[in-house]
Structure formats: structure tokens, C-alpha cells
Design a protein around this ligand. Structure first.
Ligand code: 1GP
Length: 254
């Protein structure tokens, strides 16, 4: 029987292991052959998750992309929805994102009410996730689309208090996101303060575009790093990130 996706996240915490998620934005997939090449790289390099989604999806590729991944591998496919329109039942799980860094009620609870009956009827594993946007220098698509103000980059204590509140509210995962293609990723100081403040698994993404930044996020306490934009530009980076993740996990065995 397949391990539940949430158990995979929890095991990371228990074991002190690290994981690497490749984010595929359905809008950025040019053709099926290119997409298959990326998926196969993910399989060969034993990545931990495929996240599928984006804050603004303008094509109809979403469902076919999820189905394509599911046809060729067992790597968990986790939906990273930009809205309640991005529910694809063929995936394994969905990040049920509550945008706790913002004060937009639609993204704290509103869209969830609309999505809930659809999710209830599906077999998707619903992962209640506190989603925290962190400012990164430039305005990202996600901060514009969500109509929220991200947590300032240099206010780690605000991020920590937000994370603690999310955990107290019963959220099961935290996702700190500087936004796709962010100029600077979430600071190590902020990741570290959040890590020390909560016990739930911590996902970090946005602007991680080289091995050094990925390593710094792991060292600061991220359990999972998410890389999308940089791999779109340079698919070879997937191999480097997978090697780095493996390096951390091999060290655990010593
Ligand atoms: C964006 O966290 C993800 O929401 C990944 O960001 O595309 O910058 O890797 P990048």
C-alpha cells in the first residue's frame, strides 16, 4: 500500500531527513516530450515530490500534466493550487492552503468552503497547510494575485508568531514562500526562527536557484525545499538539488 503523503512529510521530521520537491507550473510546460524529459529526470534522480500548480494558470494543461506524471511513476503528486479551480482528482494530495500571512478572508477560509465538498468527494489527501508569503524584493505574481501583503523579509519574529498561530489552529504543514522567481529566497534567520517555533513539517520555496541557496535553506531548518523557476530555466539543476538532498540524507546514516 502506498505510504500516505502526509506520513512522508512527518517521517522527515521524525528522522531529521530532507526532501526535494520539483514544482511544475502547467503554464510553463511547452510540450509533452519536454515534460516527460523532466518527469524522467525526476524519476532517475529519485526526487521526493512533484508539486503541480501556480498562482495563475492560464492553460488547460493542469489535468493532463497530473495524469502524465501518474502514468509514468509513483512519486507523489501534490497539487499546489492557485485557486479552488485547480483541483485535479488524479493527484495524490492537495496542499489545502490557508494564506495565514495575509488578511484576505477569501484565501484564509472563503475558497476552502467552496472547495470542501469537491475535495470530500475526491480521493485526494487533503493537507491543511499554513501558507506564508515572505517579501523578496520584487512583487511576485502570488502576492499580486492574492491581494495580500507578504511578511517583510527582515521580520523573522512576525513569521515565527504567524507559524505558531497556524500550528495552534491545527494546520499540519507550513509553507514559507518568497514567490516564484523571487529575487531573494526566504532568509536563513527567518527559516531558523520558524523552525525553532513549531514542530510541524516546514516547506520552503521561492527563489532557490542554486545549490548554495538550497543548502542554506536545509541548514536553517527546511524539511522540504521546492524548486520550480530555476529548473524551468536549467533542468540540469534538478540533478544537483537531488544530489544535495541525498547528501544530507546519507549523512544521517553515518
Ligand atoms: C513558488 O515556492 C515556489 O511558489 C517555487 O519557487 O519557482 O522560485 O522555485 P521558484
Amino acid at each position: 500500500m502506498r505510504i500516505k503523503t502526509y506520513d512522508t512529510f512527518l517521517n522527515l521530521r521524525t528522522e531529521g531527513a530532507k526532501a526535494f520537491a520539483v514544482l511544475i507550473d502547467p503554464d510553463k510546460v511547452d510540450n509533452e516530450a519536454a515534460c516527460l524529459r523532466l518527469i524522467n529526470m525526476g524519476i532517475e534522480n529519485k526526487i521526493d515530490f512533484f508539486f503541480v500548480g501556480g498562482s495563475l494558470i492560464t492553460t488547460n494543461n493542469f489535468g493532463s500534466l497530473v495524469s502524465l506524471i501518474k502514468q509514468v511513476c509513483d512519486i507523489p503528486v501534490v497539487l499546489f493550487p492557485g485557486s479552488n479551480m485547480n483541483i485535479e482528482p488524479a493527484a495524490d494530495a492537495i496542499l489545502f492552503l490557508s494564506l495565514i500571512s495575509g488578511r484576505n478572508p477569501e484565501l484564509l477560509i472563503g475558497q476552502h468552503v467552496v472547495a470542501a465538498p469537491v475535495l470530500k468527494r475526491s480521493k485526494l489527501e487533503v493537507l491543511a497547510t499554513g501558507y506564508m508569503l515572505i517579501s523578496s524584493g520584487n512583487q511576485t505574481t502570488v502576492s499580486y494575485m492574492s491581494n495580500t501583503t507578504p511578511i517583510p523579509h527582515d521580520k523573522p519574529s512576525v513569521a515565527a508568531c504567524t507559524a505558531v498561530a497556524g500550528e495552534m489552529l491545527g494546520l499540519k504543514l507550513l509553507y514559507m514562500d518568497a514567490g516564484s522567481g523571487a529575487q531573494q529566497p526566504v532568509s536563513t534567520k527567518m527559516i531558523n526562527m520558524v523552525r525553532k517555533s513549531v514542530d510541524i513539517p516546514l516547506i520552503v520555496g521561492g527563489g532557490i536557484d542554486n545549490r548554495h541557496k538550497a543548502s542554506r535553506a536545509f541548514e536553517a531548518g527546511a524539511d522540504v525545499i521546492v524548486v520550480g523557476n530555476a529548473i524551468e530555466k536549467n533542468p540540469g539543476l534538478l540533478i544537483e538539488m537531488a544530489e544535495l538532498t541525498d547528501h544530507y540524507n546519507q549523512k544521517l546514516k553515518c
